[in-house]
Design a binder for this molecule. Structure first.
Ligand code: SF4
Ligand code: MG
Length: 351
């Protein structure tokens, strides 16, 4: 459900981006989520990132499953394509759309309930195929829409509002994504837009599966003192290991960082980005280092954030499957359907 679109009133000082669109043009309907829900902050970070990237809204397709998080595509980019699909089934719908039209920017929005239980298999296959998409998992440790049951990302010992503690081992989606072959894996916090916006921008420009786990507290069911997914706990225990930002004019930056802690990488479209490491020993291009670092800090109760892993590859699902170069809709009909004679010859070849 939504309350319709917001009024498009602009302050005279508001500027358009390089394709003449205002930030308002990247917004959607009014949110119906609880006031203070982390998901609304993630939505506004997505709006800002897409506005700054100057992406044309009609080139974006947004997908979701079921849950509070899965409602959020309604709240951004109202003029983009969109499918609110079934519980846990967002990745296969996005895979189909990406297979048919490789030129679309795919954004998948999911939650810990949607991605780590009913949709776990779907999530795994989208990652291992390196589907070219931004996959945002709004992670609050509970099923918010169904009144706060523990989800598969709830930490051992984290308590529900009424005091019951979780006893089951959590699934860490970032570690899982790295082990499955996702080529871009990051973690952030809905309360830190300074970190979140550049990660969303880089994830959008990355060619391949860009996975972003965002700790996004549920203020109604899981933001109390004994929760490990609350605003307070996340603020106190997160540690940014690799800060990522876009390089503006190339040459202007190097002086302000220690050489050992800085790494420059180039995204597939040629955009250079700068990785500033808090720990010089951390190597975001080594999946084994990334996984053991995240695990080691997790055991100490720390939440490692930032760009955790990135592989500079252009081998997305299309490259690996050797598909045609153009969207299916642009292929002339005579090529899509070569006729009865060609079909007869094909059938003959199997006899
Ligand atoms: Fe957000 Fe929780 Fe409210 Fe759902 S129930 S909208 S996750 S605060
Ligand atoms: Mg949840």
């Amino acid at each position: 459900m939504s309350y319709g679109t917001k009024p498009k009133v602009l302050h005279p000082s508001v500027a358009p981006n390089k394709i003449g669109l205002y930030e308002r043009d990247y917004e959607g309907a009014m949110s119906t989520l609880c006031a203070g829900c982390g998901h609304d902050s993630v939505t506004s970070a997505i709006v800002r990132a897409l506005y700054e990237l100057a992406i044309e809204p009609h080139t974006v397709a947004k997908f979701s499953g079921i849950g509070c998080s899965s409602k959020t595509p309604t709240y951004f980019l109202s003029t983009a394509h969109g499918v609110n699909s079934l519980h846990g089934r967002m990745p296969s719908i996005a895979t189909g759309a990406g297979a048919a039209n490789r030129d679309l920017h795919l954004i998948g929005i999911s939650g810990d309930g949607d991605s780590l239980s009913i949709g776990l298999g779907q999530f795994c296959h989208a990652a291992r195929r390196n589907l070219n998409m931004l996959y945002v998992l709004m992670n609050n440790g509970v099923y918010g829409l169904t009144k706060g049951q523990f989800s598969a990302s709830a930490d051992v010992g984290s308590k529900r509002k009424k005091g019951e503690a979780n006893k089951f081992n959590p699934i860490d989606p970032a570690q899982l994504a790295i082990s499955l072959g996702a080529s871009f894996v990051a973690r952030s916090f809905s309360g830190d837009k300074q970190q979140l916006i550049p990660l969303i921008k880089a994830g959008m420009l990355h060619k391949g599966f860009a996975f972003l786990d965002v700790i996004s507290p549920c203020v109604t069911f899981n933001d109390h003192e004994t929760s490990t997914k609350s605003y307070m706990h996340t603020r106190e225990n997160r540690q940014e290991v690799v800060h990522m930002d876009f390089i503006q004019p190339a040459g202007e930056i190097s002086a302000s960082f220690d050489a050992g802690a800085v790494q420059r990488v180039t995204l597939h479209d040629g955009t250079p980005i700068l990785l500033k490491k808090a720990d010089a020993d951390y190597n975001p291009s080594d999946p084994t280092v990334a996984q053991s670092y995240i695990r080691e800090h997790q055991l100490k109760g720390q939440i490692v954030t930032g760009l955790l892993y990135m592989e500079e590859t252009d081998e997305d699902m299309h490259t690996l499957a050797d598909t045609v170069d153009m969207p299916l809709i642009d292929i002339p009909y005579h090529k899509l359907s070569p006729g009865a004679e060609a079909l007869r010859k094909l059938q003959e070849s199997f006899r």
